[in-house]
Design a protein around this ligand. Structure first.
Ligand SMILES: [Zn+2]
Ligand SMILES: [Zn+2]
Length: 336
C-alpha cells in the first residue's frame, strides 16, 4: 500500500470521526512530508521515518504500508467507519454542499485542500463559508480578509467543480447580519446562523430568526436550533422560538432551511424538519465541514432527510449548478 494514501486516508477518517484535530493534522503533515520526499527515499522506511513531520506513529504506518500490509491504525479506523449510516439514495442525488470552513477561520486545512477533497468526492460545487467578524473564537473574517479571500477563491479552478464564494454570517441578537451589505451582495452563498445568546427568550429569539430568514441577502438558515446532541463539546438544548413564523419567512423568501449533517448537531430536530416541510420550505443538506474528511458527513444528513420523506427536489443541493445559481441570484435581486 502506498504510504501517502494510507496516511491521507487515516487523516480523512479521523476528521470524519471529528477526532482531535491535531492528530489528523499530524497525519496530513506526514503525508505531505512523504509525498515530497525524493523518489529514491519513497520506499525506504528508515529514511522516511527520519523526515521532519514524521513521528513514531506515522513512521509505523509508513513501515507497515511499505511492507504491503494495510497498516493496523488504518484497519482499525476503517472498521469504525463501517458503522456509517445506511446508504441513502438521496445521498446519490446531492450535487454539492453550501456550508464548509477552511483554516481562514476555524477549519483545519487550506482552501485548496477543501476544494480538492470536495472535487474528489464528486461534488459539482462547494461553498466556502468561513465565519464572520464577531465570532472571534472561530477567527471570523473581517471585511478586509473576506475581500482577500474572494480573490483567492477566484483563483481556484478544478475540472468539473466550482468553489462558490460565501460566508457563515452570524445572526446578531437583533437579527441583523454580522457583515457589510455590499460584501454580502458579492457572495454566491450566504448562510446565516446564530452562535451566541442562544438562550434568548422565545419572543426575541423568534424575532431574531424571522429577521434573518426574511433578509433578502440570506440564502440558507444554518443549524437553526443550535442544539448539540453529542460529542466533545458536550450537549446543548435547542434554542426556544416559535418555528411556524420562522419557517413561513423562509418559505416566503426562498431561504433554504439547512439540514446540518454533523452528528453532534443533527439540526433541525425531526419534528422541526417535518414542520418546515409542511410550511413549504426548501432545504440545503450541508456538511458544515471543518476538515476535508468531514465533507462526507453529508451521508448523515441525507439519511435523515430520506427517513423524514424530504423530496429531493425541495433540496437545493440536489439542483444542478445553473439552477442553483439562478435561485441564489433571484433571491439577491429583491434588494438591488
Ligand atoms: Zn455555525
Ligand atoms: Zn459552520
Amino acid at each position: 500500500m502506498d504510504p501517502v494514501d494510507a496516511l491521507t486516508e487515516i487523516a480523512f477518517l479521523l476528521e470524519r470521526e471529528r477526532a482531535n484535530a491535531f492528530t489528523a493534522k499530524a497525519f496530513r503533515r506526514a503525508a505531505a512530508a512523504v509525498g515530497s520526499a525524493p523518489a529514491d527515499a519513497r520506499t525506504d522506511a528508515a529514511r522516511l521515518a527520519r523526515l521532519p513531520g514524521v513521528g513514531d506513529t506515522t513512521a509505523r504506518v509508513i513501515r507497515e504500508a511499505l511492507a504491503g500490509d494495510v497498516p493496523g491504525y488504518l484497519a482499525e479506523l476503517r472498521e469504525h467507519a463501517g458503522v456509517a449510516p445506511r446508504a441513502s439514495s438521496l445521498r446519490g442525488a446531492l450535487r454539492g454542499d453550501l456550508h464548509a470552513h477552511s483554516d481562514w477561520s476555524d477549519g483545519t486545512t487550506s482552501i485548496d485542500s477543501m476544494a480538492d477533497a470536495a472535487a474528489a468526492l464528486g461534488h459539482e460545487y462547494l461553498a466556502l463559508t468561513d465565519h464572520s467578524p464577531r465570532l472571534r473564537v472561530a477567527r471570523g473574517l473581517s471585511a478586509d480578509r473576506l475581500e482577500e479571500q474572494l480573490e483567492v477563491v477566484a483563483g481556484v479552478h478544478r475540472e468539473g467543480f466550482t468553489l462558490l464564494t460565501g460566508i457563515e454570517v452570524d445572526i446578531l441578537d437583533d437579527g441583523a447580519l454580522d457583515q457589510r451589505d455590499d460584501l454580502l451582495d458579492r457572495l454566491d452563498v450566504v448562510v446565516a446562523s446564530a452562535h451566541s445568546t442562544l438562550r434568548m427568550e422565545r419572543r426575541p429569539m423568534t424575532r431574531r430568526l424571522v429577521a434573518a430568514a426574511s433578509n433578502p441577502r440570506v440564502d440558507v438558515l444554518g443549524h437553526v436550533t443550535g442544539r448539540l446532541v453529542e460529542g466533545a463539546r458536550g450537549t446543548r438544548p435547542p434554542s426556544v422560538f416559535d418555528p411556524e413564523p420562522v419557517f413561513a419567512a423562509c418559505a416566503a423568501s426562498g431561504v433554504a432551511v439547512e439540514i446540518n449533517s454533523r452528528p453532534e448537531r443533527q439540526d433541525p430536530p425531526d419534528d422541526l424538519i417535518r414542520l418546515a416541510l409542511d410550511a413549504g420550505c426548501l432545504f440545503s443538506i450541508d456538511s458544515d465541514a471543518h476538515a476535508p474528511g468531514q465533507l462526507s458527513l453529508l451521508d448523515h444528513g441525507a439519511a435523515r432527510a430520506e427517513a423524514l420523506g424530504v423530496p429531493a427536489d425541495r433540496i437545493i443541493t440536489t439542483w444542478p449548478l445553473d439552477r442553483l445559481r439562478a435561485h441564489l441570484e433571484r433571491t439577491h435581486l429583491h434588494h438591488m
